[in-house]
Write a protein that binds this ligand. Structure first.
Ligand SMILES: C[S@@+](CC[C@H](N)C(=O)[O-])C[C@H]1O[C@@H](n2cnc3c(N)ncnc32)[C@H](O)[C@@H]1O
Length: 450
């Protein structure tokens, strides 16, 4: 593909992403499937440019406005143009050559665009007059919550959230060891290193078509961020136990739990989304996991929850969240989260936690986790749960870490808070709770009435 054709494909993909209801990865997957003529290297270049636009959109828009380009009329074209100049450092003549209206290339530059290109060429992306939400790359409405979450580390954490993430793998210990996986990947020419925190993690340098490698198609490794691996490990699931993965989704954590449990005992993987659970089923079968039962819930208060109350050794609530911790991998998601959605997410989390809390037996564990960095979804949510719910206590994460993973926990706080700047992983939160006593008769009566 010519550089101009890559730019046009990026504009097309951005246009679709702006109105799509599906996740960005799914949208990009469909986009490239319909354009099989776009080879692997060109796909990577298109994805990188689309990600550059998403990460730096606030700054690009700031510059475009200053250069007198109406971003609202043709946002994707204007932003791609600005990203090529300000992020990728294209020259005026490179842009003019690519935007010439030739086959598969963007239409020729309009006079006001030509003036903007001249004004933006050679400029650094940052400018001292940019407001802090613009330079940090967050939507304006989210900035106060991000500042509250990161405190004095705000700048460093936002910078780290704006960098691309490495590819992390989890070794499926049902199939082999981390040493075997490392040897196999290295033999195939990949640069693979053990991850520093997860004992079953591997970090790859660069991006590859992973399906072509034996370690993948043999089921020895799965793609999973190191932070996500840690959440599953913190539940401390043991062979033979009864475990509930309450928000199981496509089964990433259920797979990890099944490996920890040596494919014995019982995992009940629940979700309100039947398609996601179906996808989980396919992944579980491919990995040879048979200790998992899948259950589609009508809501978090499905009748099954009442029937199964008090019968689980461990319960994982990997709650739906804002996804603010995953911006390294899904940079566009920050622009797809409208302000009015956050209060709805918070009330979903509250209801899910209240209902799932019925499941652990006395002495059993409940881990509440999110891939959000916001305190509102994390520490605040747990504090308010402990305030309104009798019979639970917090297990300090240092204690749970020593018991379930071994060694010293990298977080000084009572809960786990992983971040890209401090730990080199996506932003994750987990609170480990212990059920100290069975539900009272009064609580059971309330359940009956509901
Ligand atoms: C963060 S995702 C889970 C990811 C999954 N655990 C994994 O590791 O692949 C949150 C999941 O919660 C599910 N969910 C949303 N509302 C729910 C509810 N009321 N009860 C149970 N699950 C719910 C969503 O369908 C979504 O799959």
């Amino acid at each position: 593909m010519t550089p101009g054709a890559r730019a046009q494909a990026s504009i097309d993909l951005l246009d679709i992403l702006m109105t799509a209801r599906k996740g960005a990865d799914d949208v990009a997957g469909i986009f490239f499937k319909r354009r099989r003529y776009i080879g692997a290297k060109d796909r990577r270049a298109v994805r990188d440019l689309v990600h550059d636009v998403a990460r730096r959109r606030a700054q690009l828009d700031w510059w475009l406005q200053r250069a007198g380009v109406p971003v609202d009329r043709v946002p994707s074209r204007a932003r791609v143009l600005a990203a090529l100049l300000l992020v990728q450092g294209w020259t005026e003549s490179q842009v003019a050559e690519a935007f010439d209206g030739g086959p598969y290339r963007p239409a020729a530059l309009a006079p006001e665009e030509r003036r903007a290109v001249a004004a933006l060429t050679g400029r650094p992306l940052a400018h001292p007059e940019q407001p802090s939400w613009v330079s940090s790359g967050a939507p304006e409405w989210l900035e106060p919550a991000l500042r509250r979450a990161f405190g004095e580390r705000h700048e460093a954490e936002m910078e780290a959230l704006n960098r691309p993430a490495p590819v992390d793998l989890r070794v499926n210990t049902l199939v082999g060891t981390r040493e075997q996986a490392l040897a196999m990947l290295r033999q195939d020419g990949l640069h693979a290193e053990p991850t520093p925190l997860s004992p079953v993690g591997i970090r790859l340098a660069g991006h590859h078509q992973l399906g072509a490698y034996q370690a993948f198609w043999s089921g020895l490794v799965e793609v999973q961020d190191e932070g996500s691996q840690i959440l599953a490990l913190l539940l401390g699931a043991k062979p033979g136990e009864r475990v509930c993965d309450f928000c199981s989704g496509a089964g990433g954590k259920a797979l990890a739990l099944a490996a920890q449990m040596r494919n014995t005992g019982r995992i009940v993987a629940c979700d309100v989304s039947a398609p996601r659970l179906e996808r989980a089923g396919r992944r579980l079968r491919r990995a040879g996991v048979h200790a998992v039962e899948q259950r589609v819930l009508s809501s978090e208060r499905d009748r099954w929850v009442k029937r199964a109350a008090g019968t689980f050794d461990r319960v994982l609530v990997d709650a739906p969240c804002s996804g603010t911790g995953t911006w390294r991998r899904r940079p566009e998601s920050r622009w797809r989260l409208p302000p009015e959605r956050l209060p709805l997410i918070l009330s979903d989390q509250r209801r899910i936690l209240d209902s799932a809390a019925r499941l652990p037996r006395e002495g059993g564990r409940l881990v509440y986790a999110t891939c959000s960095v916001l305190r509102e979804e994390n520490e605040d949510q747990v504090a308010s749960f402990l305030e309104r719910t009798a019979g639970f206590e917090m297990v300090p994460v240092s204690e749970a870490w020593a018991e379930c993973i071994g060694g010293a926990c990298p977080c000084p706080d009572p809960c786990l808070r992983l971040s890209p700047a401090r730990h080199g992983v996506d932003g994750f939160f987990a609170a480990v709770l212990r059920r100290t006593r069975a539900r009272s008769v009064a609580t059971r009566d309330e359940d009956e009435a509901s």
